[in-house]
Design a protein around this ligand. Structure first.
Ligand code: CO
Length: 209
């Protein structure tokens, strides 16, 4: 006989509380969401449990389309990520794509080590490529924390470029669709989200990076 573990019972109880809280704010909170999804933003972030997308930007259900993976990586060969971007841009017609990294990212840190992590190595290789591209600049810093700090920022910039280079985003711009790609970074230690000012809204901007 299957049963729900006690710690999971707590989650289900939390959900009941959350439902009641939302219905207390407005009785049609959930019924109005049914059949409509019109978010303005696509969030591409890290899977890290300390970076809960909706919560840190104060958005409710229906307001943020989300894709998360280890170290917020965007590669054209990733059918999962590409499908999310395509749906967001072509069907939902989001106005903004926000690539959000975070300081102290374990995925970025792992990619900077000469160590095998098993199956995950194939994923980390994509971040290793970013490290190799900027290695001279990064390795100049004597402190390992500073190196990771800089690499977390560089990884966001790199992934912003990868988003812009997808045929999905290129076609949207060609069709005069209003779409801006942003790079942000989150600091787990104080909860603050910062714009890295790598905002791109047309293909012509790509050459300056
Ligand atoms: Co991370």
């Amino acid at each position: 006989m299957s049963h729900t573990h006690d710690d999971l019972l707590q989650l289900l109880q939390n959900n009941k509380n959350w439902v009641n809280e939302k219905l207390g704010i407005r009785t049609d909170f959930f019924s109005r969401l049914k059949g409509i999804q019109t978010p303005q933003y696509l969030w591409i972030g890290c899977s890290d449990s300390r970076v809960p997308a909706n919560e840190i930007v104060g958005l409710e259900p229906g307001e943020l389309f989300v894709h998360r993976n280890i170290a917020n990586v965007v590669v054209a060969s990733d059918i999962n990520c590409m499908s999310v971007i395509q749906y967001a841009v072509e069907i939902l017609k989001v106005k903004h794509i926000i690539v959000t990294g975070h300081y102290g990212c374990g995925g970025v840190d792992a990619a900077m080590q000469n160590q095998s992590f098993g199956l995950m190595d194939a994923w980390l290789a994509k971040i290793k490529a970013v490290y190799q591209k900027h290695q001279q600049k990064v390795d100049q810093l004597p402190n390992p924390d500073d190196r990771l700090h800089l690499m977390c920022e560089l990884n966001v910039r790199e992934q912003v470029l990868n988003v812009c280079q997808t045929s999905i985003v290129q076609n949207a711009w060609k069709n005069q669709q209003s779409l801006t790609v942003h790079g942000w970074i989150f600091d787990i230690s104080d909860g603050v989200l910062v714009d890295l000012h790598t905002t791109i809204d047309e293909p012509g901007n790509l050459s300056q990076y």
